[in-house]
Structure formats: structure tokens, C-alpha cells
Design a binder for this molecule. Structure first.
Ligand SMILES: [Zn+2]
Ligand SMILES: [Zn+2]
Length: 502
């Protein structure tokens, strides 16, 4: 165990690790890198940004020991701890394993910089160690401050670099990210830490809690979208949110958000006509601005980076707010799939957006999958046979198949009970589907894994197939399965964290 610091700090509400360590370092009059080293979060001069997403248990323990916190408080200083419903933070996302590097390049978690509210920084300046950098400012759908009714800032007014970042290289790519930029320099937490060059060049040092000029005010559509997204991001297991007229899990909702963003950006400038008819544009700011999806980077990059980073909300807060307001307006409308169909039909089949949507379709809500399927040719595997819908491995790595019994216990089966289906067969079918979600096995193999005899598999297949041929039954069933999976995972986590520490 590392010796605790003589003095520490209580984390502020909504604060995450980089901001917390910055305040603590300032209070103790040490460089952030030195504090990071004590907390076991550094390797030499490297202070990895991935710690803002999640901590290993051993790391959380050391942070807790050094900073005089409970390990749970250390975990709560991460985005994964604060936004459990926000799927881009998960290690397993859209059917693939996410490394911290993929996550940074993906653009759906702001690991390389932070947006900020200058007024919030100013309001919290009196706290020990200085002002609080909110964790939610790292989520791309956080683009405004409700308390101060303003769009967040994202650049330093003096050096124009994105705040809390190491900035860009001359070719437009991010310089290597760090949990705290310029970590060897001692600076007040409200000051810009961007350094224009390498080596011993001093950081910019501009105070970010002082703004010149009036703030940008959000439109009502932006505020509405912001609330909807924030609510879904903090939704716990089993909570449902609306998407395209259905109640769906937060996971599906965010995958729908991503698909809609791909459709909007990929089919630009087509949406201008489509959305004018949809009536959403009036509430929004000049949409032509969206055409420049990467205003923060200039020029084509030779290494395919533009392709990799395609289809995420821009760093620029105003553009991100416009895009997200459009996206939520489409998903809020029970007839939004018509708008999507028009957008999707405008996508060239060789475009990045088209390819991405084909990959994402199986991970979206049934209504979104249907909308994509109608316009984008999906591989056979994800469209499946119409008679019995397939169950892709959406929860691989998160849902432990060993925790799934052949007969679901009463409290897990609660989401299924609202469905008007043969109860016993549905529970058996659900257990099989949960194993498929966890492992990607075939239906037959999943049944054998659970020890279900093939005769019973056959009879439940026939019964359930007849019932779920009605599309609304299939959709409600998929939605219920997502909720059951969330419950099983939540219980697994509780059991793990309740186990005695080794
Ligand atoms: Zn504010
Ligand atoms: Zn600056």
C-alpha cells in the first residue's frame, strides 16, 4: 500500500479523475505528473488518458489509498462510473472489442480534450484546489450548461487549441493524449494547459473561466436533445427510453443515435430538403455549417484517419448541438423511420456511412434495424430468416453465459411477463437467446450449452415462432431481452463487487 497524502480533497459532484487530480495537485503545490506517479497512473512521463474512462480495481485501490478515498469513490471518478447507459464507453461496443486507442479515434468519447462552461469554472473557483472540470463535458452529447443556459466552450480563447488538450499536430491529427496535458507543469486548474511546441515550452496559461463576448444560447430543440441524451446516458439497468416510437434500452438508443448521425452526415447535403419537410430545421441554427463536419481539422489526411473518424459529432459545440438536435428530433418522432429511409436512400453504396450502417444495424433497435434494412443491403447474417429472427452476439464479453440458467428465475423474467406470449416457452427461448447474445453461438448450440433437450428446443421454436411473426411482438420481445440482459449483468457486477477483496 502506498502512503496516503497528508492532505486530500473530497471529489466534487460530477468530477472525474483529470479534474480531481488537477485540483489536488494544485492544492498540494506539486506537478500533476508527480501526483499521477504516486497514484500509480503513470509510466515514466506518460500519463494515459484512458484512466478517465475506467480504472482497474488495483488502480482504484491505489488512488483511494493515496487520496484517502474509498475505492468506490475512485471508480466514481471515471466516465464509466458516471454514465452507465452510455454504450460507447463499454469495452465491448457494436460487436467489437474497444481499445482505449479505438475509443479516442472513434470520437464518441472526448478523451483528447474537454468542453467547458466558463461560468461553472468561475462559480467553483472558491473550492479547495480550484474549479471543477465536469466529467460530462467529455461526452460529445454534452454541449450546453443548463445552469447557465449557454453552449459550452471548447477552445481556449487565446491559443484556439481545444481546451484540456495537447492540441493538433501540423497535419491535423491529435498529438498524443494525456490524462492531464503538460503534466509536469504546475498551473492553476482554470488555466489553459496547451503547449504550442514540445520540450520545455511553457503552456498557454490563459484563464478559461473568463470569457470575452456573450455566450451562445441554445435553441429549445438543442436543450430538449441535451436532456434526452443526458437522461439516457445516466439510465441504469432495466430503464427504457423512447426511440422511433418504441421503448428501448439505453444501449439501443445510443446505437440508434450513432446510426442517425451516420445517416445525416453521410447523406449531406440531402438532409436539407428532407428535414425542411420534417419541420425540424426551423428550430435550429444554420444547417449549412454542418457540411463542414471536421472544422477542427483541415485538409485530407493520408492515413485514412478521416475515414476512421467519420460519423461522430464534431468537437465544435455549436455544430455538435445542431447535429444532436436533428438526431433527437428524428428519433423522437414515431414516424422518424420515414425520414431515415429518405436519408439512407441518398447514401452512395460505397460510402463509409453505408459500410458503417451495415455493421451497426444488428446492434440498433428493431425499428432502426428495419429502417436500415429497407435502404441498405445488409449481409444475410444480420437480416436472418423472417420466420425466426436471429440473435447476434451483442453482449459478448459483458454478459457471462455461465450466469444464465436454462429456466430464468422469476425476478429476471419480469420484463417478459408483460408480453402476451406462452410463458414457459418464452422463458426457455429467452434463456437460449441470452446465451447467444453472450457468446454468438447458434440457436441449437446455445440450447445444448444450457442442457435443453433438442425436442424441447423444437417445440419452443415452433410456439415462439408463431407468436413473434407479428412484428410488434418481435420488437417488444427484443426490447424485453435487452432489459433482462441488463439485469443479469447488473446482478453479476453486484456479486463481483460484493465479493471479499483478495
Ligand atoms: Zn455552467
Ligand atoms: Zn490556450
Amino acid at each position: 500500500m502506498t502512503a496516503p497524502l497528508p492532505r486530500s480533497l473530497d471529489p466534487a459532484a460530477g468530477e472525474i479523475l483529470p479534474g480531481y487530480l488537477l485540483r489536488l495537485a494544485h492544492r498540494l503545490a506539486v506537478a500533476p505528473l508527480e501526483l499521477g506517479h504516486l497514484c500509480g497512473l503513470t509510466t515514466g512521463t506518460v500519463f494515459p488518458a484512458r484512466h478517465l474512462v475506467r480504472l482497474k480495481d488495483t488502480q482504484a485501490q491505489q488512488v483511494a489509498d493515496v487520496c484517502r478515498l474509498h475505492p468506490a469513490e475512485a471508480h466514481a471518478l471515471t466516465l464509466a462510473g458516471q454514465a452507465p447507459g452510455y454504450t460507447p464507453l463499454r469495452i465491448d461496443y457494436l460487436g467489437r472489442h474497444q481499445s482505449p486507442v479505438t475509443m479516442a479515434n472513434d470520437g464518441w468519447v472526448l478523451t483528447a480534450f474537454s468542453r467547458y462552461c466558463p461560468d461553472c469554472l468561475s462559480d467553483t473557483a472558491h473550492l479547495p484546489g480550484g474549479p471543477v472540470w465536469q466529467g460530462s463535458w467529455r461526452l460529445p452529447h454534452t454541449f450546453l450548461c443548463e445552469r447557465h443556459n449557454r453552449l459550452l466552450a471548447w477552445q481556449c480563447p487565446a491559443c484556439r487549441a481545444p481546451a484540456f488538450s495537447n492540441g493538433y499536430r501540423s497535419d491535423g491529427r491529435w498529438r498524443p493524449t494525456q490524462l492531464i496535458p503538460a503534466p509536469a507543469q504546475r498551473l492553476h486548474p482554470a488555466r489553459c494547459r496547451h503547449r504550442p511546441g514540445a520540450g520545455r515550452v511553457a503552456a498557454c496559461g490563459q484563464l478559461l473561466d473568463q470569457t470575452g463576448g456573450p455566450p451562445l444560447r441554445p435553441t429549445p430543440a438543442m436543450t430538449h436533445a441535451h436532456r434526452r441524451l443526458a437522461e439516457a446516458a445516466t439510465a441504469g439497468a432495466g430503464r427504457e427510453v423512447a426511440s422511433l416510437g418504441q421503448r428501448v434500452s439505453a444501449q439501443w438508443f445510443f446505437n440508434d443515435v450513432r446510426a442517425t448521425v451516420s445517416a445525416l452526415l453521410g447523406s449531406w447535403p440531402h438532409p436539407q430538403n428532407t428535414l425542411e419537410a420534417f419541420g425540424a430545421m426551423d428550430a435550429l441554427a444554420p444547417p449549412e455549417a454542418l457540411h463542414r463536419t471536421h472544422p477542427e481539422r483541415s485538409g485530407e489526411l493520408g492515413d485514412g484517419r478521416v475515414a476512421r473518424t467519420f460519423g461522430h459529432p464534431p468537437a465544435d459545440t455549436f455544430l455538435a448541438a445542431t447535429l444532436m438536435a436533428l438526431t433527437v428530433a428524428i428519433l423522437d418522432d414515431s414516424r422518424g423511420h420515414h425520414v431515415l429511409a429518405r436519408l439512407l436512400s441518398a447514401l452512395p453504396s460505397t460510402s463509409t456511412a453505408h459500410i458503417r450502417l451495415r455493421q451497426h444495424a444488428p446492434h440498433c433497435s428493431p425499428a432502426m434495424t428495419e429502417a436500415i434494412r429497407g435502404s441498405v443491403r445488409l449481409p444475410r447474417k444480420s437480416t436472418g430468416q423472417p420466420s425466426l429472427f436471429p440473435q447476434p452476439a451483442t453482449h459478448r464479453g459483458r454478459l457471462d453465459p455461465r450466469t444464465i440458467p436454462a429456466v430464468l428465475p422469476e425476478h429476471w423474467a419480469a420484463p417478459l411477463d408483460g408480453l402476451d406470449a406462452p410463458r414457459r416457452q418464452l422463458r426457455r427461448d429467452a434463456a437460449i437467446r441470452l446465451v447467444q447474445m453472450a457468446t454468438g453461438r447458434s440457436r441449437r448450440s446455445a440450447a445444448l450449452y444450457l442442457g435443453i433437450p433438442l425436442g424441447s428446443l423444437q417445440s419452443s421454436t415452433v410456439t415462439i415462432r408463431t407468436w413473434q411473426k407479428r412484428p410488434e411482438n418481435a420488437e417488444a420481445y427484443q426490447s424485453a431481452l435487452q432489459r433482462v440482459a441488463e439485469m443479469v449483468m447488473a446482478e453479476g457486477q453486484r456479486n463481483e463487487s460484493g465479493a471479499p477483496a483478495g
